[in-house]
Design a protein around this ligand. Structure first.
Ligand SMILES: [Zn+2]
Ligand SMILES: [Zn+2]
Length: 180
């Protein structure tokens, strides 16, 4: 059994350590752990060694010996590599304007438009983006009005694309959500 990076209890099985798919839960302290950078490097070196021997081998027997690299890497990983604590905070979540709980994902926030609402996964309240966003879109639309007078034909589409990208970033990071 392998030690949990939080509570140091030896409660994590070899197969759980070997087949980690993303962060896992420690059965003793209920905190999350993941593959450590050292463990990842050992496993990657094993895979790289395997490919290298396969490529350089000049006979079937030599190619067969390529399995030694991943086997050694797995053994070293299981015996020596520590596990790492997983970050407690996941991706940033945004407050619902109804229930004030941080349950809105950035994808949900990205998808709402002034005329398109979404539903809070916690309280089912309907919300959208604050109309403040129009103030940020105004300069982007203004480019459309003056595009004839711009010196280069590709300048207007480039400015509009950059503007939309910038407004999207501002929207997700700073523009608040409102009830609808
Ligand atoms: Zn633990
Ligand atoms: Zn809500």
């Amino acid at each position: 059994m392998h030690a949990c990076p939080h509570c140091r209890e030896r409660v994590i099985s070899g197969s759980q350590k070997l087949f980690l798919k993303g962060p896992a839960l420690c059965p003793a302290c209920r905190q999350r752990f993941r593959l450590s950078p050292a463990g990842g490097a050992i496993l990657a070196a094993g895979a790289a060694g395997y490919l290298l021997v396969i490529v350089l081998a000049d006979s079937a027997t030599a190619a067969f010996s390529a399995f030694a690299a991943p086997l050694a890497a797995v053994a070293l990983y299981l015996l020596a590599a520590p596990l790492a604590p997983a970050k407690k905070t996941g991706p940033r979540l945004y407050l619902c304007p109804h229930c004030q709980q941080p349950v809105i994902t950035w994808k949900q926030k990205y998808a709402v438009r002034p005329f398109r609402t979404a539903e809070c996964p916690a309280c089912r309240g309907s919300f959208t983006i604050s109309p403040v966003i129009w103030a940020f879109y105004a300069p982007v639309f203004a480019v459309l009005l003056v595009q004839e007078r711009l010196p280069h034909p590709f300048l207007a589409p480039a400015l509009i694309l950059a503007g939309i990208l910038l407004v999207t970033i501002i929207k997700i990071k700073w523009i608040p959500l409102v009830r609808k």
